[in-house]
Design a protein around this ligand. Structure first.
Ligand code: UDP
Ligand code: MG
Length: 319
């Protein structure tokens, strides 16, 4: 039949708002779509009644809903990864469960997709100050680190075409910021402007501290820029002090100080020390690049663990 759209929803301790979100907001949008729809809910180790609540939603009766429960809290980024891997759709839409992402924009995203877009990213306009500052900091860091292909205010609320999802699923790094990785893939993006809403129920668990940590992680794990920077600094210092030292040597000790600069032994000594510091920086940077290679290779452990006993698929549907 028609095309299949996957909706990926990460949830963590959302017992207060999950019913409202699934049965009212998401349900009414999905009802209006002319597509086959599957909903993939990734329970990121909730310790409250979230799963029980999901079991009682009416969305289960009308759509294929795949609930994947992780054994513990792995973090939103990993939860999104689990959802993207499980998704079968021709297009996949990621959306938060706390009501902050305006699901009523989904038809607009799908329209852009039908018009040929492979990534449709929602960009936040009507913003809380906290979110604004947060995303400013994140994008400053990303741009400083040479990732030019990022849009301030871009959110995780995105539609990805199958070709993008397939590429995303090939990525193996452990420290992942989903947005960052999607930007890194380099596919062209289309944007829609949306206004996020305040969180309806429950409390944000995804703290600013966590996000800053993730941005740093993704810099350290995906960017060699800082390592290379110190290497370059070392090369600069070494060359500079080498020439400076040679100049002092020739001017004072070989030519007998014709310029009357009267270099002291302390100056000569400091130049020699900075020469050595430069060498140390270079060799450190080389070591760091080796370690970054090893880090890239060390991917033995799985990224997540699924609790098969808690996971289930809504019954009524085909497949
Ligand atoms: N979430 C998750 N695992 C976590 C933290 C959050 O799956 O460890 C989910 C959460 O249930 C919500 C979404 O990720 O659906 C965004 O979380 P939150 O509202 O806390 O983040 P913020 O809106 O502050 O970025
Ligand atoms: Mg939120």
């Amino acid at each position: 039949m028609g095309k299949l759209i996957s909706i990926v929803v990460p949830v963590y301790n959302e017992e207060d708002g999950i019913l409202e979100f699934l049965d009212n907001e998401l349900f009414s949008v999905l009802k209006s779509l002319n597509y086959d729809v599957e909903v993939i809910i990734v329970d990121d180790g909730s310790t409250d009644k979230t799963i029980e609540k999901i079991k009682s939603t009416k969305i289960l009766n009308d759509f294929l809903v795949n609930i994947i429960a992780l054994t513990r809290n792995f973090g939103k980024e990993v939860a999104l990864t689990v959802g993207l891997e499980a998704a079968n759709g021709n297009a996949v839409i990621m959306v938060d469960a706390d009501g902050q992402h305006p699901v009523e924009e989904i038809p607009k995203m799908l329209q852009k997709w039908e018009d040929g877009a492979v990534i449709v990213t929602a960009v936040n306009t009507g913003n809380t100050t906290k979110h604004k500052i947060r995303s400013k900091i994140y994008y400053k860091i990303m741009q400083m680190m040479g990732n030019k292909n990022v849009m301030p205010g871009a959110m995780d609320f995105r539609l990805l075409d199958r070709i993008v999802v397939d590429e995303f699923n090939q990525l193996t790094e452990r420290n992942r910021l989903t947005r960052g990785l999607i930007d890194w893939l380099g596919f062209p993006q289309e944007y829609i402007k949306v206004k996020t809403k305040g969180r309806e129920k429950g409390r944000p668990t995804y703290s600013t501290k966590k996000l800053a940590g993730l941005a740093l992680d993704s810099v350290v794990s995906s960017s060699r820029t800082p390592l290379v920077f110190f290497g370059h600094l070392g090369i600069f210092i070494t060359i500079f002090s080498l020439f400076f030292g040679l100049f002092i040597l020739i001017e004072q000790y070989i030519m007998g100080d014709p310029l009357n600069l009267d270099w002291s032994g302390a100056v000569a000594m400091s130049v020699f020390i900075s020469f050595l510091v430069g060498l140390v920086l270079i060799s450190q940077s080389i070591t760091a690049l080796y370690i970054s290679q090893i880090h890239a290779e060390a991917k033995g452990r799985p990224l997540y663990v699924i609790d098969k006993k808690k996971s289930f698929v809504s019954k009524n549907v085909k497949r």
